[in-house]
Write a protein that binds this ligand. Sequence first.
Ligand code: ZN
Length: 242
Amino acid sequence: MSKTAIFSDIHGNLKALEAVIADAKREGVQNFACLGDVVGYGPDPIECIATLQEIDCVCVKGNHDDDASNNRSLDNLNDEARISLEWTRKRLSASQKEWLATLPYQRRLGRNMLVHSSPDNPEKWNYVRNRFDAAASMQVQNTPLCFLGHTHVPAAYCKEGVNVMAVKEPFIHLQADQRYLVNVGSVGQPRDGIPEASYVMFDRLERTLTFSRVAYDLHAVVNAIKSSELPAVLAQRLISAA
Ligand code: ZN
């Protein structure tokens, strides 16, 4: 019961989500947490929400969840985001929009924090892209660990005293005197050049983090996007992971 799989940015990619859940269960994970952007871009928003509800996943709200669940203008977004969110809005039921709309911007997971974008002003959707961004965010981080997503690029930063450093290893033994800001990457639309789905396993008792990548039937999702009214560039982006 000590292991939690923490993932983010599913973006309507059910095949990738199912692969992550199956991989985590093989590792003995029973608890799941999602850091937002359940929908947007991908072809299966309805099924992704249903799957998270089935596994009783703890969840926070991402910017795409926010946009998909209200009626505000999408004119300030790029074409791919706007067209896919308009497409998603038409498909979600009222109760699914309600579920997305009522997700909190941040929440606790035991002693630690979950947020989509950054722990400072999470509703502003700022990006933590490097250790300087991380250092600014960690000034307001008041928990030993904070997990986030939003950039679609996995990363970890640790703070010892006033120094913030990037941690590159995929397996981290957590030190009691350090704080950690952990980007779990993206399940459904990675942007670090690796197309496999990304997630992090947190073992609360062993005090470890494990970054994992999981292969899934990417071409089935590419074909589903191509045969829908979603922009074809979104299919290409899954392959390039850029
Ligand atoms: Zn996202």
